[in-house]
Design a protein around this ligand. Structure first.
Ligand code: ZN
Length: 279
């Protein structure tokens, strides 16, 4: 499932590729991908003839702003991909659910095999009513700079285990199973440490590890796992998986201390960590 870095890579690609482009036509192959709209034309009509003016991100939601103040919202879900086609003649991937054709030629395609992702058009004012999650969305760790001592206060107040805390979307937006494990390894902290037990030095390490891990992941264009579901706008996989220190490395030696990486099931999800250098 794409996490914050992958969605941010797609956002930056979209900003380069679609801002200023005018929509000529919209084809919808699956109503499930536009399930918030009762009818196909309630999705397509507001888009046709409009131009994209900016692409923003709230958590893992992409907000593609239109020149009339409306916004095309995209959530990639488990397996969604946005792909730029230079020409309408480019081979269409299997499970292409929505195709946006530009007046200057070329297309933006939404491919989604498992159809957990979605697209819809709304106004900026209606956005939070439309998506409850956005009303309660936590801090964006890439967008919001804060002092580590303020971060420390927030962490201590929560009194939760660190991994579920990092993954709590009401606290921090966009961190999931992969990056929570990588951040905690970088910080040298165990996943089950209670958030109110950290020393100020540990808080500082956690904050720095969070920001650096996410920034590095964006720099290397996200993580694409064996299933290859996450790709960028040009269909290319990310490279950050090569730099993973713990995620899916159980049985292999820790890159910091050579101790073996372990895997533990927590609430049905795998957690990877080093028992020696994460305390
Ligand atoms: Zn280690």
């Amino acid at each position: 499932m794409p996490e914050l870095p992958e969605v941010e890579v797609v956002r930056r690609d979209l900003e380069h590729e679609v801002v200023g482009k005018k929509i000529k036509s919209v084809d919808v192959n699956s109503m499930r991908s536009i399930r918030r709209h009762r009818q196909r034309k309630l999705f397509t009509d507001p888009l046709i003839g409009r131009k994209f003016t900016a692409v923003e991100r709230r958590g893992k939601y992409l907000l593609m702003k239109l020149d009339d103040g409306q916004v095309l919202v995209v959530h990639l879900g488990m397996s969604g991909q946005l792909l730029r086609a230079k020409s309408a003649k480019d081979a269409m991937a299997k499970h292409t659910q929505v195709v946006i054709t530009f007046t200057q030629g070329g297309q933006l395609r939404f491919v989604d095999p498992r159809t957990f992702g979605e697209m819809f058009v709304t106004s900026v004012d209606e956005l939070e009513n439309e998506v409850d999650e956005l009303k309660h969305l936590g801090i964006d760790p890439l967008e919001t700079a804060m002092s580590w001592d303020y971060f420390g206060e927030l962490v201590a107040q929560r009194r939760m285990k660190l991994k579920p805390l990092l993954m709590d979307q009401k606290f921090l937006a966009g961190i999931g199973n992969i990056y929570s494990d990588e951040i905690l390894h970088a910080a040298g902290l165990r996943w089950d440490r209670s958030s109110d037990s950290l020393s100020s030095q540990e808080v500082r390490r956690l904050y720095r590890s969070m920001v650096e891990t996410l920034q590095d992941a964006v720099k290397y264009r996200g993580s694409s796992l064996a299933d290859e579901q996450y790709v960028d706008l040009f269909g290319q996989p990310g490279e950050y998986q090569q730099f993973h220190k713990v995620y899916a490395r159980d049985g292999e030696p820790c890159k910091r201390c050579r101790h073996v990486i372990v895997r533990q099931k927590v609430n049905g999800r795998s957690t990877f960590y080093c028992e020696a250098c994460q305390v």
